[in-house]
Design a protein around this ligand. Sequence first.
Ligand code: SAH
Length: 328
Amino acid sequence: QVDDFDQMTNISKVLREKLRTCAHMRLPEIESEQRSSDGTIKWLIRLAGGNAVETVFIPEDDRGTLCVSSQVGCPLDCSFCSTAQQGFNRNLAVSEIIGQVQLAAQRLEHDPKKNRRLTNVVMMGMGEPLLNFDNVVAAMNLMLDDHAYGLSRRRVTLSTSGLVPKIDQLREVNPVSLAISLHASNNEMRNVLVPINKTYPIAELLDACRRYAEVQPHGHITFEYVMLSGINDSVEQAEQLVELLSDIPSKINLIPFNPFPGSDYKRSSNNAINRFRDVLMQAGLVTVTRRPRGDDIDAACGQLVGKVEAKGLHHRKRKESQSVEVRA
Ligand code: SAH
C-alpha cells in the first residue's frame, strides 16, 4: 500500500533507484465521494481529458465488495441502463482499472468505520469489460496475484452482456467467476433490452456458458435478470427461463430495476418479483433477489454515469440509425 519507491524497503536499493528512473506511481484522483445511508461509498474518479468514472464499495456483514469500471461510458446500448445513455469515450488503461482497487484499499484502510475490508471485486461498474479484454485481464491478474491483492478466482467476478468469443477467450486465459446479463427469456425480448443479442443470440450465449461452467470456480454461472414491470416479469417468462437454464449449473440474481432520469421503465412490484422467484426456486434454480444498495446516492446497478465526453455520434443518433454492431 505504499506509493513511493523509497518506501519499498523489501526490494534492493538498486532496484528502487532503477524504478525511480523508468516508472512512476500515481493514484487516480477522487473528484467526489458520496456515502449512502446503507454504508455504500461511491467515488467519482477523475481521468485525464475531462472524463470521470465511478467506483462503488458495498459493505456487507461477511464481505466488502468493490464494483469496478472498465470503460468510460459504454458502447452497448442496453435500454434500461443509464451508463448506456452517456455514450462511449474510451477503454480504461490497466493502471486506471487496478488504480480503482488500490485507491479503495487505501481509503478503506484509513476509514473511521471498522470492518471495511475489501474482500471481493466485481467488474460490474461502467462499461462492458469484455470489450476491453486485454486491459481487464491484466488488471484481474493483479487482483489475483499473491504479490498484489491475492484474491481467489471465486472473489473476482466479471459481468458481461454476452460477447460469446470473448467469454471463450476468458475461459482459456483467466476463468474468474462469470456473471451474464441475461435479462430476458427469449430472443425477441432480449434484442430490445440487450441489443448485442442480435449478434450473439441466447442459444449461442448459453452454449458458451456451458463451456465456461466446466472451469468456473464456483461450479455455476450467475445469471443477472433485471426486473422490469410488465416487460420481462411474467410467470410465463419465468417458466421460459427455467427451460433455458435447466441443464446449466446456474444461480439467478434478480435485480429490481433501478430508475434513472429519462427512463421509461418501472421496477416490478415486490409481488411480481416474489412470484417470479418462486417459479424459479420451485424448479430447483438457486435464486437470489439483489437488494438495491446505495440507490440514495445513485450508486446502484445501472445508475453509474461518471462524466463521459461521448465521441462521434450522440447516443440518440446511434439509436435512430441502429448502427451499433459490436463484433468482438
Ligand atoms: N456491462 C456489463 C457490466 C455491468 S454489470 C454487463 O452488462 O454485464 C451491471 C449489471 O446491472 C448488469 O447486469 C446490468 O445489466 C444491470 N443493470 C443495468 N442497468 C440497470 C438498472 N437500471 N437497474 C438494475 N440493473 C441494471
